[in-house]
Design a protein around this ligand. Structure first.
Ligand code: MN
Length: 202
C-alpha cells in the first residue's frame, strides 16, 4: 500500500493572512506530493514497503544502503509535512493548556519563552530545515534539524515543527524568516500539540 498525500484539514486560504493561499497550494499540492511520490519510489520492493513511517524512520539503517538517503529525505518530508498541516488551524494561536502548558512552564518558564526558543532555533538554521519541539523520552526539548531530517530518526517524538524552508514562506515574507516565525504562532493548533504530547508521554 503506497503512502498517500493526506488531505489538508482546512481550505487552502484558511490560514490567511499568516500563510497565503498560493503558498499553501504549492506547499501541499506540489512539495508534499513530491515527497510522497519519491518515498514510494524509493521504498517499493523493500521489506519496509507499507510499514508505518515512524518505524521506517526509526530503523533507517536497516534499509538497503542505496535507499537510505532517499527515504531519509522523502520519508522525513512526508512525516514532517503530515504533522505540519495538523498542528496549524484557522483561528489558532493563544496559549497551550492542560498537561502541555504545565510541562512548558516547568521546562521553559512560559509559552513565550518556548516560542522564543523555537524561533531562535529556526532563525539560526542555515539553509533549509525545521525548528522542533519534541518529547525526548523524558522531557520536552527544542532544536533544529537540517533538510527534511525528522526527530523520529533519533527516536524523539515530534510535537510541533515549523518548516523554515524558503518554500514555506518566501511568497509572503521573502527573506524575512524572523517575521514568518513570529507570525506563525497565530495559526498554531495547541489542542493538537497537546494531544500529541499526552500520547507521547503515555
Ligand atoms: Mn515544506
Amino acid at each position: 500500500m503506497p503512502y498517500e498525500l493526506p488531505e489538508l484539514p482546512y481550505a487552502y486560504d484558511a490560514l490567511e493572512p499568516t500563510i497565503d493561499e498560493q503558498t499553501m497550494r504549492i506547499h501541499h499540492g506540489k512539495h508534499h506530493q513530491a515527497y510522497v511520490d519519491n518515498l514510494n519510489k524509493a521504498i517499493e520492493g523493500t521489506e519496509w514497503d507499507g510499514k508505518p513511517l515512524e518505524q521506517v524512520l526509526a530503523n533507517l539503517s536497516s534499509l538497503p544502503e542505496d535507499k537510505q538517503a532517499a527515504v531519509r529525505n522523502n520519508g522525513g518530508g512526508h512525516a514532517n509535512h503530515s504533522l505540519f498541516w495538523q498542528i496549524m488551524k484557522p483561528g489558532g494561536g493563544g496559549d497551550p493548556s492542560g498537561s502541555l502548558a504545565q510541562a512548558i512552564g516547568d521546562t521553559f518558564g512560559d509559552a513565550d519563552q518556548l516560542k522564543a526558543a523555537v524561533n531562535d532555533a529556526g532563525v539560526k538554521r542555515f539553509g533549509s530545515g525545521w525548528s522542533w519541539l519534541v518529547w525526548d523520552g523524558s522531557g520536552l526539548a527544542v532544536y533544529s534539524l537540517p533538510n527534511q531530517d525528522s526527530p523520529l530518526l533519533q527516536s524523539d517524538v515530534p510535537l510541533l515543527g515549523i518548516d523554515v524552508w524558503e518554500h514555506a514562506y518566501y511568497l509572503r515574507y521573502q527573506n524575512r524568516r524572523p517575521d514568518y516565525l513570529g507570525a506563525w504562532w497565530d495559526v498554531v493548533n495547541w489542542d493538537e500539540v497537546g494531544r500529541r504530547f499526552d500520547a507521547a508521554r503515555g
